[in-house]
Design a protein around this ligand. Structure first.
Ligand code: HEC
Ligand code: HEC
Length: 377
């Protein structure tokens, strides 16, 4: 027997197909970009497309045409078991026009996982990066960064595993059962029996507006680091204005290091050993005692302990009881820079790994935005 004589049904209207591929593509690219710190912006923009599409699919499950509706999903355990039994026993079994039990479960889980990924991502962007709509949460909720990261990451890994199972299932349908399942998501037609899908004009407009919304959100985000979806709560600081003595005296040989990058005890050690400061001898003749005291007070008041910036929070977490004198001796710094070849620090532009300013544009203004990282020399 062969399925080729069978009939074809128009199951997936064009909107459903476009959105299916937009979900697939945005997830894959967001997943890949997540491994690159400096691509955070693109990651977030892609995540927004994914989020908008997931939201659409959930609404579509209630208002869309019959094959898309959740109430027509085959979710009973008995249906699920029967589906796999029949799959093994009868290669040429009849398949449902809409979602089969496996793809019904797949879709529900994808919606649940997708929602978890999007919400945890939005929260992380606000709480950890202090960016976007939820940036105000950064001041009060940094203790949740760890758990949010775990949720966001593991939900994504589960989603990836889920996608592989989905693809395997679809390929088996395509090549073993010959149900045309891969092409169904391209042409809209499945080899089975049932009624063709029709979509009303209002629903077509609805689908169309979501697709446009997804694309526009993406473009809006990638176009600027300073709009309401991407703006970081912390703008650039002007240390000259905030503490002119610090700016002048400690910004003489190098640019000013923002105080939030080290804890109080580290600053105390640095200030107590100015006579041997990275090979330089700084005495009271250079910076008077009063100035030194004023600088120390400023550093202590704005140290890592009192900051909710990502770098400060992670620095404190990584330090435990240790209080090294140099940023580059902290476990956090070593961990975040372990992939940079040693030769880069020797280059003419960088010279020293303590020269953060060469790679982190605006670090002297307190800015450690991922978008400002210069990676190659
Ligand atoms: C006489 C020159 C000079 C002055 C003045 C000076 N520094 Fe430095 N500092 C250096 C040098 C040299 C380095 C090594 C990094 C580099 O070459 O840019 C350094 C590095 C640092 C670092 C990074 C250490 C690390 O790797 O974590 C900090 C923090 C720092 N200085 C703080 C201060 C403070 C605070 C003051 C003011 C009290 C100050 N510096 C004034 C010369 C100076
Ligand atoms: C040679 C260039 C270079 C120098 C010098 C450098 N960094 Fe970085 N830094 C990077 C790069 C590149 C990354 C991103 C690493 C990645 O994505 O794998 C990074 C990441 C970071 C991060 C983590 C950002 C995040 O959001 O996770 C912090 C914090 C940081 N750097 C602080 C510093 C400080 C402070 C200094 C100076 C003591 C410094 N860096 C010196 C290139 C540099």
């Amino acid at each position: 027997m062969n399925r080729d004589e069978g009939k074809k049904v128009y199951v997936w209207n064009w909107g459903a197909r476009v959105i299916h591929w937009m979900i697939a593509l945005s997830f894959t690219t967001a997943f890949v970009t997540s491994f690159y710190e400096e691509l955070l912006h693109d990651h977030v923009a892609l995540g927004f497309i994914f989020g908008v599409m997931i939201l659409y699919r959930i609404i579509w499950g209630f208002i869309g045409p019959r094959y898309a509706q959740f109430k027509n999903f085959m979710l009973k355990p008995s249906q699920f078991i029967f589906y796999f039994k029949e799959k093994v026993q009868n290669r040429w079994r009849k398949i449902p026009a809409g979602h089969n039990p496996a793809s019904s479960w797949y879709t529900v889980w994808a919606m649940v996982m997708g929602t978890i990924i999007v919400i945890s991502g939005l929260l992380l962007y606000g709480v950890q990066e202090a960016k976007g709509l939820l940036s105000y949460l950064n001041e009060t909720h940094t203790q949740y960064i760890g758990i949010l990261e775990i949720i966001h990451q593991y939900a994504s890994y589960i989603f990836v595993a889920w996608v592989f199972i989905h693809i395997t299932g679809v390929l088996i349908e395509q090549f073993w059962h010959k149900t045309h399942m891969v092409f169904a998501m391209i042409t809209g037609y499945k080899k089975t029996e049932g009624e063709d899908t029709t979509v009303s004009i209002p629903l077509t407009i609805f689908s169309f507006s979501f697709i446009i919304m997804g694309i526009l959100t993406y473009l809006f985000i990638v176009s600027s680091n300073y709009n309401f979806l991407t703006l970081q709560k912390y703008g650039n600081l002007d240390y000259e204005e905030i503490h002119s003595v610090y700016h002048e005296e400690c910004g003489d040989c190098h640019k000013t290091y923002p105080p939030y990058i080290l804890p109080q005890k580290s600053w105390k050690k640095i200030m107590a050993t100015l006579d041997n400061h990275r090979g330089e001898e700084i005495t009271e003749a250079n910076i008077s005692k009063v100035e030194q005291q004023s600088i120390l007070k400023f550093l202590l008041a704005n140290s890592a302990e009192s900051s909710t910036r990502e770098a400060a929070v992670k620095m404190m977490d990584s330090l435990g009881k240790r209080r090294p004198k140099a940023i580059t001796k902290t476990p956090y710094w070593r961990e975040t820079h372990k992939n940079i070849p040693k030769s880069v620090y020797k280059s003419r532009e960088v010279k020293d790994k303590s020269n953060c300013f060469a790679c982190h544009k605006d670090f002297e203004h307190g800015n450690l935005d991922d978008m400002n990282i210069k990676k190659s020399y």
